[in-house]
Structures are given as structure tokens and as C-alpha cells.
Design a protein. Structure first.
Length: 233
């Protein structure tokens, strides 16, 4: 009998346009990295940062022309890995379709973590997962733990799930940049030249013409899941 070896993945999560009233779409993103590769990738990111003189926290909102060469090298490197080792997945939610009263007990935090669940459960298999979420103030301090419990109904592979301040984790920061790029592509396509160029840089790294696309369930390298909440009405 052939023994099936479980892989281990770190998952780094962040979101974009959740609280921005000017944005019609919100995005939650998750960067999956095979756990054995994390030290190597962290060291390479340090090297690329030093080469381009990029310091401080990486954030989509801080995108400028100065950092574009850094991001070009970073994303070409990151997405050069096979999609079985490094992949980015995100869920795009049309805010106008979210019925907080009917489905979420008038609780925006509850809705937010439900969408997290919808994103992550589509990717989890029989492997082992260590999930690092961006810390988000919430009136319910058990939201992250409850998310882990619900994911645990879907897979036994959740070994760690916790929220961390993004400034402490460079890979959560990269998830922020990627989520922001997808959100920007849908919310403000005519604003910010540096951000437009960064979107093109990321699209080029994944061999797409832009980031304004919808993925099939099986697309792995860069999967954009546009959930249609209108179907249940």
C-alpha cells in the first residue's frame, strides 16, 4: 500500500476595501506557501529589499513609482515557483449583495469571517495548514478561533490559526499588496498611475493581461473567486 505524505502549508491572509465606503467590492486574499520554503523565501525577500532600498511595511496603499522595480523582481520570483508550492487565492465580494440582516445577524464581522471561510475551505485538502491572519479589531474576540473551528469541520489539517499585526510579518504584507491589487482592478480602474503599473506587473508575473478576471475552481497559480451571492436570493 502506498503511503500518502501530507504536505505542510503556511497561509498568510489579508483583506482590502472591507471598510472603504467608496469601494463596491471587497477582497480577502490568502498566500499559500509550502512550509519548507518559507525560510528560503523570507531570505530572498530580504535580499531583494536590500537591493532596491525598500524599507518599512509593505502596503498596497503605500504603492509608489519608487517601489515598482522592487515589486517587479519580487513577484517574478514568488510566482516562479510551481503552483503546488506557492499560490495566491482570493474571494471578491460585491458589497451590494451582502444581506447583513437576513444572513449575518446584522453583524459585519460575522459576515467577514464567513467569507474567509468560503475562501479557505475551497483550497484545504488533507494536508497540514498553519494560518496567519492580519489582526483586525473585532467586538468578538473569538472570531478567529471560531473560524478555525468551522474549518476544522472541513479538514483535520488545521494546526495553527491566529491573527498577527501585519507589520510583524512580511508575508502577510505581501498578501495585503496582492489583495489590494485585485480590489483596485475592480474598484478604481482609472486612478493612480503607480498602482496601475503594479497591477500590470503582477499580471505579467502570472502570465495574465490584467487582474480583472474570474478563475475556475481548478486554477491554481492565482485564483480569483468572485462569489455570486445573488444566486441564493
Amino acid at each position: 500500500m502506498t503511503e500518502i505524505t501530507q504536505k505542510k502549508f503556511n497561509i498568510y491572509c489579508d483583506e482590502s476595501s472591507i471598510d472603504n465606503p467608496k469601494s463596491t467590492m471587497m477582497v480577502i486574499g490568502a498566500l499559500f506557501i509550502e512550509r519548507t520554503l518559507v525560510p528560503e523565501i523570507r531570505e530572498k525577500i530580504k535580499e531583494i529589499r536590500k537591493k532596491h532600498g525598500v524599507n518599512g511595511e509593505l502596503k498596497w496603499v503605500k504603492t509608489s513609482t519608487k517601489v515598482l522595480p522592487f515589486y517587479k523582481e519580487l513577484f517574478q520570483y514568488l510566482f516562479s515557483f510551481d503552483s503546488s508550492k506557492v499560490t495566491f487565492r482570493c474571494i471578491v465580494v460585491d458589497k451590494s449583495q451582502v444581506d447583513y440582516e437576513k444572513y449575518h445577524q446584522q453583524d459585519k464581522d460575522l459576515a467577514f469571517y464567513k467569507f474567509y471561510y468560503q475562501l479557505l475551505k475551497r483550497r484545504l485538502k488533507d494536508d497540514m495548514y498553519y494560518i496567519f491572519l492580519d489582526f483586525r479589531p473585532s467586538k468578538n474576540k473569538n472570531s478567529v478561533r471560531r473560524l478555525g473551528e468551522f474549518l476544522g469541520m472541513f479538514t483535520r489539517g488545521i494546526k495553527h490559526i491566529q491573527a498577527y499585526p501585519s507589520h510583524e510579518n512580511i508575508l502577510i504584507q505581501i498578501a495585503d499588496v496582492l489583495s489590494g491589487a485585485v480590489s483596485f482592478s475592480r474598484n478604481t480602474p482609472n486612478g493612480g498611475e503607480a498602482k496601475k503599473k503594479l497591477v500590470k506587473t503582477i499580471a505579467s508575473a502570472i502570465e495574465k493581461k490584467d487582474l480583472n478576471f474570474k478563475s475556475s475552481f481548478w486554477e491554481n497559480k492565482f485564483n480569483i473567486f468572485c462569489i455570486d451571492l445573488g444566486k441564493r436570493n
